[in-house]
Design a protein around this ligand. Sequence first.
Ligand code: BES
Ligand code: MN
Ligand code: ZN
Length: 492
Amino acid sequence: MMEIRFRDSTANRIKSELVVIPVRDKQLDNPVLRALDRHLKGQLRARMSKSNFTGAEGSVLLHPTAGMLPAAYLLLVGIGAGETSGDTWRKAGAKARKEAGAIGAGEFALLLTAETNLESAAGAIVEGATLAGYQFNKYRSNGKPATALNRLTLFRSGLKKTSGLQKSVDIAQATAPGVFLARDLVNEPPSVATAKFLGAQAQRACQGRGLSVEVWNKKKIEAMKLAGLLAVNRGSLEEPRFIRIRYRPAGKARKRVALIGKGITFDSGGLSLKPSKSMETMKLDMAGGAAVIATMSCLPKLGLDIEVTGYVPTTDNLPGHNAQKPGDVIRYMNGKTIEVLNTDAEGRLILADALALAAQQKPDYMINLATLTGACMTALGTQVGGIFSNHQPLADSLLRSGQEAGEKLWQLPLVKEYKELIKSAVADMKNIGGAHGGAITAALILQEFVGDTAWAHLDIAGPAFAESDTLLGPKGGSGFGVRTLIKFLLSL
Ligand code: BES
Ligand code: MN
Ligand code: ZN
């Protein structure tokens, strides 16, 4: 793990291969840069005026010091003109990590500038610097590992290492491995990442004080009457699994939370087969389940006094000879029935079991994450998750957590009038709505299974999978949801 140090020092004195100075947009004439420029005999100012660096968010200027400072290189990182948020610092940390890698530096030092909330900035910088180093290279024959970042020094004149500062950094360092685990699970090819594999990975990753894992096989799933999971699994030769992970604090739990994740390891659509183009990324369809497993794996290190139970129903959705058929009806443990008119609307079918099961425990909050609908992507694009809830304080709290975590969420409504659209001719409801509002009708179906428990549904179909490289990670699984869930649990 990366070593994090705090130092009471200045940019002129600190010794490091790379010293990173955050710069606000159009504020190039500030005391820090003036002092550095004096040591550099005017070369920094000259370079700044030649380049088009202004301090705009995301822009950088790298300057070798040629022995005139204890640092080998200076890196100015633009942080923009607006208010600096956690996200600003997360991106600055990521940018610095990338530049450090490019010059082969195994460590860097970053100046915590004056106007920041030190604690949240420190955590966000560490998080950004760590996340930006993620790679998934196990299937490349020429995979070159990224330059390891062994040490990050946060400095500022008069800086004292407080317990708040240390805690914020500790949380970032406890969260990053969870994000990496979620990314790894999503990126793994679908014929490797089967339901059985996910169960084994949950058992491997969820260890430590307070955690216990159960992986139910098909026989147990039958005994537990998880009818939706069995129906979706019928078209597959792979057995389904139902993963239940429990975290119990050492003392009395102040709150009880259930996390539920969709674990479709590959979504072909079933007999309602998808076109091949739409299938290309369908290994991502267990991203909700991966986020739940990954979040659970972080809990022992966070020392929460909250009981958290993770539920992940998992199978692939294939059109094998015994596959469920449009027109079939599923009878759930809570007595409700769903007519399956489209086997590609399978996520809601397996989540219904898990939500009903979790609701029996009467948790204080129930949160499910699912790559549920293309309609949600149409509404919000690829970077924003949809959130639906029957409990506004829970929705508000998750929206706040998402914002702090740098994971964008936007609330969509549970329009009760649209229940008309999921009426079935033969059952309590059907599994598809009309031509429009598909993210909402999907959420309304889930709602039928939560009873009166405070519940939120995060449709992460867009942000679960990055379509191209970003600052915080490469194309592929993003680990979306892990950071938000951890922030949320810490806020309770
Ligand atoms: N897993 C998909 C949703 C999805 C689509 C996730 C694109 C990520 C990217 C889900 O199971 C699905 O197929 N939904 C259908 C529902 C429809 C048949 C009512 C959809 O969105 O088209
Ligand atoms: Mn589907
Ligand atoms: Zn799906």
